[in-house]
Design a protein around this ligand. Structure first.
Ligand SMILES: [Zn+2]
Ligand SMILES: [Zn+2]
Length: 744
């Protein structure tokens, strides 16, 4: 829809309009003669819209035809000469819509902040320090913060100084500060007032070598967007990134730095601000306010930001003139949006973005995604850091075969060798991490008489007992029920909780080590805002001796005082019926093992398992990524799984089981007829339909069709086209998930 040239002689402009409750839509408007050579894509315009009268919209393209038999109205006015997004930007969004088999409007709604498309931009109240005179002791504390920070938006100041509008008004009356109305751009980082700076670069020989190699690759190679930095845990990848960032900025270009999670992105932005200065750095993620987003957007578009750090949605920020994109911890699944559509993967979008900007893309991880590693090897773009920073050693892993301990070990959950090691570590004044990748107390509740397992009434999965509340919870739909006295199937009172979750392990550890400080981190504690971060900080400061948790504790923790990591059911993640289960399990074990012995004290790791010979576990024990990769990649090749195909998963769901299945069958059939007609069968495998592994979630029966696409974007376009033409019964839902995280 967009044309290459900025200027045009077209009859109509496509306007993006924000309709309350519906989000962003496009409509056609006549371009009046006097605007013909002035109007550009990305400009804010004023258009008539039904009863609402004149509203603000954005020009998103041109055409000579009207899409339907409608009478178009004229554009009233161009509001601002400076566009807020470019033709290239819209092209990227179109590519995303195509690739992820959804429509452009869905992508637009995710990418462009609603505030950009509001009736009018509002002016902000800002606040400025005048004097400490007349202020009370408590008020002076508030004023000191303002004095240090200088002028800032009022709402920001209230948040930052933890004060109220009332106090600020009182201080205004006392003449201590001034409130003014003006248009101020907010950068969330400004309030940090970072004065300290990090030292300049001090790379180890190995880091220097890798850095030089990457630099050469960026200069010479056509595949500069496949660069992968595979560095063992605690090898100092960030040092290499920062040196590359420094080079990029010095060459006059900008940098996009992606981290998998908001917490990691904000940590990162602080470090970047310390090193490169606050005014050049901005942060972007889904939790910054609409107002902040709008302001950062303006700054980005005006090329006033050099480094943008953010979580996955930062790939949509209109950073100009990009010279380098970095994706840290690139194996993390948080880069993919699973719901709602667009179900995009920031890693894939970033690669496209790098292509658009003809810039370098460097991904980094200790446990790279199999597909990234494959791509890097095949384009000579793999760089490795094999040693830990500061000569710290990679901790040895002991595998404890729980079968040898029989029933006694099962009852204790924590084997004797692990107990001994925990005690030794605590006696030495060091800290312990215990990973158990299941939250709740037990993993299922079963009747000892008839074998019945209590399942969620909405979802086809076992309910999980939470001891504290004495309730059964469904981890998919959050359904909660009381613990029954009798088996609902046979009436026996022999209901028993089996398996172990985080709560049970926490409970046992408290019994074993009553004098020590023990805390638990899993998604159940996320309901208390900030609790996760607080616990991690307390652990970092040494206020917690043993931290028990799910995979949430495997990430990012860099605590030199941790010398022991224990994993309770190391094989738990391998047992899922999913082609990525081994990869996920290997990554989790390697990452959590990497939390031990990062500083001057050497560490050790223990995996408890019933399946010690499994290849992914054996490779995780020896911390041998390439060994794992070699086994895994041949299995993928044999079954045409990624990277040898792209998976497109169609999920058909309904409260009516019969109609869901019928629709799924019809879709699969019509699709195979179409592929045959187009001679596409070789390149698009259609598998299924089959019931999903989790047959029912939230009362919806689920069926899936798995497409293995070997035809690149053509395959995606085929599926997009197919989906846009198909009509489903009213009570049946159809969702497409491209490159799904799992097929459960
Ligand atoms: Zn029973
Ligand atoms: Zn449920």
């Amino acid at each position: 829809m967009a044309e290459n040239s900025d200027y045009n002689n077209n009859k109509y402009a496509l306007a993006l309009v924000n309709i309350k409750g519906l989000g962003v839509k496009t409509y056609s408007y006549i371009i009046p003669d006097e605007m013909k050579n002035k109007i550009k894509i990305g400009q804010a315009i004023l258009v008539p819209f039904g009863r609402q009268g004149l509203i603000k919209a954005f020009c998103a393209g041109f055409s000579d035809y009207l899409p339907q038999e409608i009478k178009a109205k004229k554009i009233n006015k161009i509001l601002d000469e400076t566009p807020l997004f470019s033709v290239e930007y819209l092209k990227l969004l179109e590519w995303i819509a195509n690739y992820y088999c959804c429509d452009l409007v869905t992508v637009l709604n995710t990418a462009i902040p609603l505030k950009l498309i509001e009736k009018e931009s509002k002016k902000e109240l800002s606040v400025e320090f005048i004097t400490f005179d007349n202020a009370s002791k408590r008020q002076i504390q508030v004023l000191e913060i303002l004095k240090k920070s200088g002028k800032m938006p009022l709402i920001f100041f209230e948040k930052y100084a933890k004060t109220t509008r009332n106090t600020v008004k009182k201080l205004e009356k006392l003449g201590c500060l001034r409130i003014t109305e003006e248009e101020l751009y907010r950068n969330p980082l400004d309030i940090l007032q970072i004065k300290e700076t990090e030292p300049l670069f001090n790379l180890t020989d190995e880091q220097k070598q890798v850095y030089e190699g990457i630099k050469k690759q960026i200069k010479n190679s056509k595949s500069k967007n496949n660069i992968l930095l595979h560095g063992v845990t605690a090898s100092g990848k960030t040092e290499v990134y920062f040196k590359l960032i420094d080079d990029t900025i010095k060459s006059g270009k900008n940098v996009l730095f992606l981290a998998p999670e908001i917490a990691l992105a904000s940590q990162l932005s602080k470090r970047l601000a310390k090193k490169f200065g606050t005014s050049d750095v901005a942060i972007w993620h889904s939790s910054i306010s609409e107002g902040e987003r709008y302001d950062v957007w303006q700054k980005l578009y005006k090329n006033e930001i050099k480094i943008l750090a953010g979580a996955r949605s930062a790939v949509f920020a209109p950073l100009q003139n990009i010279g380098l994109i970095i994706i840290d911890e690139e194996h993390e699944s948080a880069y993919k949006q699973t719901n709602p559509a667009p179900r995009y993967d920031a890693r894939t979008v970033a690669r496209k973005l790098a292509e658009f900007h003809d810039c370098a893309l460097v991904s980094g991880s200790a446990t790279p995604d199999i597909s990234s590693y494959y791509r890097a090897i095949n384009t000579n773009s793999l760089f490795e850091l094999k040693h830990r920073y500061n000569n710290a050693k990679i901790p040895p892993v002991t595998v404890i075969n729980m079968q040898e301990y029989g029933r006694a070990a099962y009852k204790n959950l924590i084997s004797v060798p692990l107990q001994t090691e925990i005690k030794k570590t605590l006696d030495n004044g060091k800290q312990v991490i215990i990973l158990i990748n299941r939250r709740g107390f037990s993993t299922f509740t079963q009747c000892q008489s008839c074998g019945h397992v209590i399942e969620c009434p909405n979802c086809a999965i076992p309910m999980i007992w939470h001891a504290k509340e004495n309730r059964l919870k469904c981890h998919y739909c959050n359904h909660i029920s009381i613990f029954p006295d009798f088996c609902p199937q046979c009436g026996s009172d022999a209901l028993k909780n089996s398996g172990a979750g985080t709560q049970k392990i926490e409970h046992y550890i408290r019994e074993l080590f009553p004098q020590h400080r023990i805390e638990r981190i899993d998604s159940d504690i996320l309901t208390r805002k900030g609790e996760h971060i607080r616990l991690l900080e307390r652990f970092q400061q040494g206020d917690i001796d043993i931290l028990v948790g799910t995979q949430m504790i495997a990430k990012g923790l860099d605590n030199p005082n941790v010398t022991l990591v224990g994993v309770i059911s190391a094989d738990a993640s391998f047992n899922l019926p999913d082609f990525r289960a081994s990869e996920r399990g290997f990554q989790l074990l390697t990452q959590v093992a990497g939390r031990a012995g990062r500083g001057e004290y050497s560490g050790s790791v223990m995996f408890q398992t019933y399946n010690p010979d499994f290849y992914a576990l054996a490779s995780a024990k020896s911390q041998n990524y390439s060994e794992f990769y070699n086994t895994e990649i041949s299995a993928r090749e044999e079954f045409d799984y990624p990277p040898f195909s792209k998976i497109i998963r169609l999920i058909i769901s309904s409260t009516n089981n019969f109609r869901a299945e019928k629709s799924a069958r019809e879709i699969a059939l019509r699709m195979s007829v179409m592929t045959e007609k187009l001679g596409f069968t070789e390149r698009l495998d259609i598998l299924g339909p089959s019931a999903c592994v989790i047959e029912r979630i939230n009362g919806l029966y689920r069926y899936q069709i798995i497409l293995k696409n070997k035809a690149d974007i053509k395959g995606h376009q085929f599926v997009s086209g197919f989906l846009s033409r198909i009509t489903m019964p009213k009570d049946v839902r159809l969702a497409a998930d491209v490159d799904p995280l799992d097929i459960l």
